[in-house]
Design a protein around this ligand. Sequence first.
Ligand code: GLU
Length: 489
Amino acid sequence: MTKRVRTRFAPSPTGDPHLGSMRTAIFGWLFARSNGGSFIFRIEDTDRSRTVEEASQKIITALNWLGLDWDEGPTVGGDYEPYYQSQRLDHYDKAIKALLETNAAYRCYCTADRLDGLRERQQDRKESTHYDRRCRVMTDAERKLQEAKGTPNVVRFAMPFSGKTTIHDLIRGEVSFENNLIDDFIILKSDGFPTYHLAATVDDHVMEISHVMRGEEWIPSAPGHIQIYKAMGWTPPLFAHLPVILAPDRSKLSKRSGAASALDYQDQGYVPDAMVNFLALLGWSLDDKTEIISRTDLIKHFSIERIAKSSAVFNIDKLNWLNGEYLRSMSAANLTDLLLDYWDKHPTPGIPDSPDKGYLLQIVPIIRDRLKTLADAAPLIPFFFTDVVEYETIELVQKKMDMEGTRTLLTASLESLQALDIFDAVSLDKALRSLASTHNVTVGQLLGSLRVALTGLRVSPPLFETMEILGRNRTLTLIKSAVELLSSS
Ligand code: GLU
């Protein structure tokens, strides 16, 4: 009988939820969702010195933002509560006791000084650094003496001295390690907290995780984990180690190239569907060409077979393009809501506190094609929200024109616009083109002056549509101000 699919996302709350971590979450989530399984979210906070207070909350916020819902875990609970490892010490104590009883683990009393010296000597001899297993071969009498003295200790796992451990990785196939090359790693620290290796292994078993999906940097730890399962008499879950994510020049990800917090991307105005699409394609593909794939299709088609062995490359241009595509493909109403929400959370210069939704709904269709992120919108539209449009008078004067010619032209546009029956983009287009030709100027010259007069910008949303939204009164007032400025210069 095949096991029901239960995947887990098990971050250590040691810092910001960066994109690599979110990619791991997405793969686990997609695999669970595409198999009708459960997605478990567990916080691995047993390394007390590295645990950062707000980090768990930030991870929760990032998962919520990306729309990665979990069936069990913090905030929702579940059959295997609690989901914070620091609250599950009894589970680990039980396992450690069992491992000590069968000599699959042992107490190590070596001092930090001794271990430092050992490491230095090994480094001097250019050897790989490893624990020399001194406490593994202690006599009972020696051990009793240490206990009597109350020497602080850790518990180490006793790796087999010979043989190999083979991981049957669902992505990489069989990967074997010589047991004698693997350190007797610590499973319980002197502060009474288990290490990740023990805690994750115990929890994956207890929580009935079927598939462990995690970054490939954990492959070297996997043989140790498999040996713990073996020593406990447990069946290990299946493993899928996900390809690493590199910068475009194949170097390690830097803050600028994806190592930043997922929440920074939220702040910069990326949208969750685009992020999920983008991250899912960092190491997985539908075929050799599909770039845009909806959440529903991801769930429908996701498979471990199509996860790549080779590293994935983080390309910010691709993310920008994808995000723009998502913004363009949503309805104006949805995009309006997103912008309102975005400005609400990120007060933006030029955008009033509560912009009128109906007004914004008119503006959105004329700017959406120019957006890569939600943050791109504000600089295009501040003039819609202010009575004072600021510019230098000289900016009104276009190439090969002078002040006087510009003034005449703008005065003529005033008359032409006043006379229009219907003040809409189509009529404005027609009237202003004909005006340009009557005055022997190019449409570019005329619109260039009008653009500055109406928006204060050199690059603006399409001008006829902009004028239609501003309305006749406001358009005429702004052109009149421009004419006055030109007259007084
Ligand atoms: N707690 C580990 C981390 O944050 C997770 C490794 C795993 O998924 O097993 O990297």
